[in-house]
Design a protein around this ligand. Structure first.
Ligand SMILES: NC(=O)c1ccc[n+]([C@@H]2O[C@H](COP(=O)([O-])OP(=O)(O)OC[C@H]3O[C@@H](n4cnc5c(N)ncnc54)[C@H](OP(=O)(O)O)[C@@H]3O)[C@@H](O)[C@H]2O)c1
Length: 435
């Protein structure tokens, strides 16, 4: 499948790590000679030694190269002898996750100088060579960030949109020359990319991939090698590669929202990707599940200090609706005050007042009795379900019953005349009750 690459020369920028490094191994495995460029020459030496050991038949060259330096790029390209059949324009980076209003000059310059100007310097030098040699293939490393911008990615997204524009322009410019131009736009790939973006913080970098399986550098390199190895009459013009759980630059399915706790859930970097609402839902559901499981274990094993009470839910106590047993004031009203009325009409009126007062007192008494019964019932159920100690519940009940929840409706107001007018009957007057 890749035999067309045998003996070809492939120049790869940014070959000291990640996608570029993976491309170097895969092109070498396909029999192509590779020229590797990057700033970290020690890393390139390691890659080159690995390739030589595995594929002794291919040649490997390393060039210390900073693509931001146009003169150095021209020199490096002119130092390459022979044809350059394929250029993999891969060197690139993102720096920080700042919003537009917080961007530093350094971050703007580094990213634009590398991803746009550097890519143009390399393309210019190599396309000149390809035109002279009568053909070639330029493969640009774009990104899905070049299709849709996302928060805190303004500069990086802009540079990758520029790569798309440069690719299309170059393809249009080279239709009369057999130069093929390809753009590969990967989504989430786990490389050193995020470590560089977060200034070397590996924990933040790895949290970018929490809950999702990102692509590997090899996954992308396979597409690069595939594109480069097509028949010369065919161009793989545009390839978008996404991690399986990813739909776009901004939409990814993170499994731990459904499956449970992940240490990255509460990490700083996660806050850029997750939402507080999800964390609260997660914490609430976890607490509820944990308490249900503990209660279940306690019920089924009898593992509790008051297990004898937990064998079955207690029957709710009967609701009693009673008058207060010894309301002396009511007794006095009925026995003395009504009976002492000077005439039948007054007695009838006094009796009506007393009946109204009796109803009012009964109302208040019944409500407090019902509230007490509800509290006891809830307490019993909680003791049974949760295995909470009774003393704790007594304390909670006292708190609740003192709170405003049980005073939401005031009892009917008394219709009795002021107490000052309720004098006991004069001595010697009849005290027989008529009620
Ligand atoms: N990882 C992702 O999720 C992802 C997604 C879409 C697109 N991409 C693109 O894929 C490309 C490779 O990224 P990666 O994921 O493989 O990241 P990486 O592991 O950090 O590799 C970046 C490479 O670029 C090189 N580089 C950076 N600045 C350079 C400069 N001024 N001159 C020369 N080389 C330079 C680095 O080498 P030195 O530091 O040694 O110079 C390194 O080899 C980038 O263009 C990136 O935008 C990545």
């Amino acid at each position: 499948m890749f035999e067309r690459l045998q003996g070809k020369t492939v120049l790869i920028t940014g070959a000291s790590s990640g996608i570029g490094e993976a491309c170097a191994y895969q092109f070498a495995a396909a029999g192509a000679n590779v020229i590797l460029g990057a700033r970290r020459i020690d890393r390139l030496s390691t890659v080159s030694a690995t390739i030589r050991a595995k594929h002794p038949s291919v040649t490997v060259e390393t060039i210390e190269l900073d693509v931001r330096n146009s003169k150095a790029v021209d020199q490096a390209v002119s130092s390459i002898s022979g044809d350059i059949d394929v250029l993999v324009n891969n060197a690139g980076l993102a720096m920080g996750t700042d919003t537009v209003d917080n961007l530093s000059d350094a971050a703007i310059d580094a990213v634009i100088d590398t991803n746009v100007k550097g890519l143009l310097y390399v393309s210019r030098a190599v396309v000149r060579r390809m035109k002279q040699q009568g053909g070639g293939h330029v493969i640009m490393m774009g990104s899905i960030a070049g299709i849709v911008g996302y928060q805190t990615g303004s500069v990086y997204c802009a540079t990758k949109a520029a790569v798309k524009a440069i690719t299309e322009s170059l393809r249009a410019e080279t239709i009369g020359v057999p130069i093929r131009v390809t753009e590969i736009k990967p989504g989430m790939v786990e490389t050193e990319f995020s470590v560089v973006r977060y200034g070397g913080d590996k924990e933040k970098a790895s949290s970018v991939y929490h809950g999702i399986e990102p692509m590997t550098a090899d996954d992308v390199a396979e597409s690069v090698v595939f594109a480069a190895s097509r028949h010369p009459r065919c161009v793989v013009a545009d390839v978008v590669l996404l991690a399986t759980g990813q739909a776009s630059a901004t939409l990814a399915h993170r499994k731990y929202f459904n499956m449970g706790f992940h240490p990255g859930h509460f990490s700083y970097a996660h806050r850029c990707h997750g939402r507080l609402r999800n964390k609260l839902i997660f914490a609430g559901v976890t607490l509820w599940l944990a308490s249900t499981v503990i209660a279940g274990v306690r019920r089924s094993t009898g593992w509790t200090h008051n297990s004898h009470r937990l064998a079955s839910p207690p029957p709710p106590p009967p609701v009693q609706i009673n008058m207060p047993p010894n309301d002396e004031r009511l007794q006095w009203l009925e026995q003395e005050y009504v009976a002492a009325a000077p005439d039948a009409a007054t007695r009838e009126q006094r009796q009506a007042w007393v009946s109204a007062e009796r109803a009012r007192v009964a109302w208040a008494w019944n409500r407090s009795t019902m509230a007490r019964n509800h509290c006891n019932e809830a307490k019993g159920l909680m003791t049974w379900y949760l295995g909470v100690g009774e003393r704790t519940l007594d304390w909670a009940t006292r708190k609740i019953s003192r709170s405003q929840h049980f005073h939401w409706q005031s009892p009917p107001t008394s219709t009795l005349p002021p107490t000052s007018s309720l004098q006991p009957p004069p001595a010697g007057e009849s005290t027989n009750s008529t009620v």
